[in-house]
Ligand binder design. Structure first.
Ligand code: SAH
Length: 342
């Protein structure tokens, strides 16, 4: 069966032309799909024979809500979606002043193995399809009734480990006849998969690249992020400098503050040295404690921030949302999996 929602407008139009349909049919079908149609029978401007032909050849992905939590504190909504094959993925809707932002997963699980992260504990199950990436935005908007203006690819999974599907998703969600979300309203976060950063740089998209740095020295980074053994700190920063040179876009460095591991002044100074020559933004994240991990939140966030700022770096400290629900990475999915395993 063909996963029609993963197809571009041009591909759908071409397939319909091959079936002897007029050129505008593709546009009609694309528009139905991107408004959340769950079946071809809803597509009332298509003839019955065409609807039946499409239904025989194609599936329309539709996730169902396996669990939904709404924060009483700040309105953050966390969805656990059940996919057609029974796998579950998390999506979080955050309500900021600048608009509603959805944080989507890029894979079912993750194989990057970061030592402080809950979403990698069970490994990677499979990649998500472009349709399944899009559905997280589409059905979060439909279910919540809240218009979504921003997307961050910062949920479970490594986007650069599923880059073909992610790039296709970007094309779909950005399409004027689809959800029409502008590239400048999209952020993509990577743990530092250098070939992916290079490929993205070549495309010169206007999205924001976030790099999960978490340590500026190989000794510490090797210890907490296995990806660093494939692409070390200098290789990563070379790729970042090249990315900036190509795109002119400022990179955002994510930095989860871990007590006694990555929170020294010497490490702040080293970050400053590594980013010299490009405008950088460092986002300090209070570490979320993960039961299975030995790491604890740093008590030096303000001091570290000041030290970075003394080098002229723009620093923000991430505000934590959804504290009363399982809103951070991987927690809801892990709980649901544990419950299913009994
Ligand atoms: N794989 C991508 C995107 C998913 S992780 C990446 O690594 O960037 C989203 C962000 O949450 C990353 O910056 C990740 O390092 C961070 N993160 C993971 N576990 C965390 C924890 N326990 N506390 C704080 N941040 C965490």
């Amino acid at each position: 069966m063909i996963d029609i929602k993963s197809m571009t407008l041009e591909e759908i139009s071409q397939s319909l032309r091959d079936m002897g349909e007029p050129a505008f049919r593709g546009r009609q079908v694309f528009s139905w799909l991107h408004r959340g149609a769950a079946s071809f029978s809803e597509m009332s401007n298509l003839s019955r024979p065409l609807r039946e032909k499409l239904a025989a050849a194609c599936v329309i992905t539709v996730p169902t809500v396996a669990c939904k939590q709404v924060s009483q504190q700040d309105g953050t909504i966390k969805y656990l979606w059940r996919l057609q094959d029974g796998n579950c993925i998390e999506t979080v809707l955050m309500r900021y002043h600048h608009g509603n932002t959805v944080c989507i997963s890029s894979q079912v699980g993750c194989r990057m193995g970061c030592a402080f992260c809950a979403s990698t504990i069970g490994g990677k199950v499979r990649d998500l399809q472009p349709s399944e990436l899009l559905d997280q935005v589409l059905f979060t908007q439909l279910d919540s009734g809240l218009p979504i203006s921003n997307i961050v690819l910062m949920g479970i999974g490594e986007p650069m480990d599923n880059l073909d599907n992610v790039l296709r998703f970007l094309e779909l969600v950005n399409h004027p006849e689809g959800m029409n979300i502008g590239m400048r309203h999209i952020s993509l976060s990577t743990c530092g998969v250098v070939p992916g950063i290079q490929r993205l740089g070549q495309l010169q998209l206007q999205l924001t690249l976030s790099v999960s740095l978490h340590a500026p020295d190989n000794e510490t980074r090797n210890r907490i992020m296995p990806v660093n053994r494939a692409y070390d700190v200098d290789t990563l920063f070379d790729a970042c400098h090249q990315y900036f040179a190509r795109t002119g876009r400022r990179i955002s460095f994510e930095y989860a503050m871990i007590d006694g591991v990555n929170d020294s002044d010497a490490q702040a100074d080293l970050i400053a040295r590594k980013v010299r020559g490009m405008p950088a933004h460092v986002n300090l994240i209070p570490l979320n404690e993960v039961r299975e991990s030995p790491f604890h939140p740093s008590r030096r966030i303000r001091a570290f921030q000041k030290r970075l700022e003394s080098h002229g770096i723009t620093v923000t400290v991430r505000r934590s949302l959804g504290g009363d629900i399982d809103a951070s990475c991987g927690q809801l999915r892990r709980r649901a999996m544990a419950a299913e395993e009994g």
